[in-house]
Structures are given as structure tokens and as C-alpha cells.
Write a protein that binds this ligand. Structure first.
Ligand code: HEM
Length: 217
């Protein structure tokens, strides 16, 4: 049911990106739209845990809503990876944004951003595949909660990598401020909630186990 809803909404957004606007720019539009759909869904999945803890509810290993949102974030991200690779790995793109005379910095700096931006994007894509493989009860039972959680924590690394990748490509393409602002706002909101959630978990554990409480300084 939930997958049906997420599938319907994401495919409607993707099809709209493809069909609304001039046909020549449709793959660029789909690349950007799929990147943002992934960003929003991924951020949503990452803040579900901290918000739970901040509402004084116990941390839970496997929240089904979070898992379903994560699956659609990964599908959108991998779609973006495929289209983004096609859009950017060609001489026209390189000439326009990387080696050409226009840009925010020298061609050398832009080449570095392009290489590292692409590498971080591909590594994030590999982690997405791992996270997709972890997204079912069978693998959770097979690995056991400890190893499953350890591997699942790579979702933070993926977030860190694809956000850096996003900034690199935004700099290369001299993105307009509203889009840069969206990426900054989402990054800050996720980090802030994660830090607050981690503190609340630590405090709750210290109350449950008094010997873990920090002593007087
Ligand atoms: C699953 C991994 C990836 C995620 C989650 C991701 C996410 C993002 C995000 C958030 C942006 C910023 C959007 C903006 O420009 O304002 C972006 C831009 C971009 N990404 Fe990725 N990315 C991934 C992998 C890749 C890979 C491997 C490539 C190809 C090398 C790529 C190519 C691009 C391009 C060309 C842009 C600039 C905007 C565009 O034309 O789409 N991405 N990406």
C-alpha cells in the first residue's frame, strides 16, 4: 500500500519532469528532479529516528516507514546516477562546465571538483545498493541486529558523500541560490536533528544506567 503511494507520487513527479518543458532539456530536468526527490526522501528517512527519540519514544531498530521511504530515496538516487552520468560524462558537458573559459574558478579546480564530485556520487550509489539489499526482514534475520545495524549505519556516509557531490556539481553549474539554499537547508536540518537525537539517546541511556552518567567536573 505504502509502496504503491510512494511509487505513484515519485513516478508522477519524474514523468512531469520529462514531459513539462522543451523536449531538448528533458534529461537535464529529470536528472535534477530525481536528485531532489532522492534528497528530500533520504533526509526524511534520516530524521525519523531522531524525531522519535526527541518525542521520548524508545529508539527502534527497524521502522517500516523509514525503510519504505529509504527504498524510494535509493531508487530515485540510482535513477539520477544513471541519467546524471549520461548528462555529464561527455565532451559537451565537460567543455561547458569543466574545461571551458566560463566558471567560478580555474579549469584545474573545476576538473578536481568534477572528478571528486563524480567519485563521491558513484560511491554513494554503491552504498545505496547495499542499503537496498539490507531493506528486508530476511537479511535482517540472516545478519542479526548487530551486524545489520553496523552496515545500515553506512547510510550516514552515503548522505555525507552525496551532499558533497551535490555541492561540487552546484558549484560547477553555478546553480541559482534557491537550489543551493535548499541543499544547505536540508543538510543543516539533518545534521541538527541527528546531533540532538544522539544527545537525547545518550541522556536517556545515562538515566537508565546511572553509572554511565558523567561525574562532576
Ligand atoms: C546515488 C548517488 C547520487 C546522489 C544521491 C546524487 C545527488 C545529487 C544532488 C543532491 C545534486 C544537487 C542537485 C543540483 O544540481 O542542484 C546532484 C547534482 C548532480 N549530479 Fe548527482 N547524485 C548521485 C550520483 C551522481 C553521479 C554518479 C553522477 C555522474 C557523474 C551525478 C551527476 C550529477 C550532475 C551532472 C549534477 C548536476 C545537476 C544535474 O544536471 O543533474 N550524480 N546530485
Amino acid at each position: 500500500m505504502r509502496h504503491g503511494l510512494f511509487g505513484l507520487v515519485t513516478s508522477t513527479v519524474m514523468i512531469s519532469a520529462l514531459t513539462i518543458g522543451p523536449p531538448s532539456g528533458r534529461w537535464d530536468r529529470l536528472s535534477i528532479v530525481s536528485a531532489y526527490v532522492c534528497l528530500i526522501l533520504y533526509a526524511w528517512a534520516l530524521v525519523i529516528g531522531p524525531i522519535r527519540v526527541l518525542r521520548n519514544r524508545p529508539p527502534q531498530l527497524n521502522v517500516y516507514l523509514r525503510r519504505d521511504i529509504g527504498i524510494w530515496a535509493a531508487i530515485s538516487g540510482l535513477l539520477h546516477l544513471l541519467i546524471g552520468t549520461d548528462v555529464s560524462m561527455n565532451p559537451v558537458y565537460l567543455g561547458k562546465f569543466v574545461t571551458g573559459p566560463d566558471g567560478f574558478a580555474s579549469a584545474e579546480i573545476r576538473s578536481g571538483l568534477f572528478s571528486w564530485g563524480s567519485i563521491t556520487g558513484f560511491v554513494a550509489g554503491l552504498i545505496f545498493l547495499l542499503l537496498l539489499a539490507l531493506s528486508n526482514d530476511y537479511v535482517l534475520r540472516w545478519l542479526g541486529p548487530k551486524w545489520w545495524k553496523r552496515l545500515q549505519r553506512s547510510s550516514y556516509t552515503a548522505f555525507f558523500l552525496f551532499v558533497l557531490h551535490g555541492y561540487a556539481f552546484q558549484a560547477l553549474e553555478l546553480r541559482a541560490w534557491p537550489l543551493v539554499g535548499t541543499l544547505v537547508a536540508v543538510t543543516v536540518a539533518v545534521l541538527w536533528l541527528q546531533i540532538r537525537g544522539a544527545r537525547a539517546t545518550r541522556d536517556a541511556r545515562a538515566i537508565a544506567k546511572p553509572h554511565l552518567r558523567p561525574g562532576p567536573r
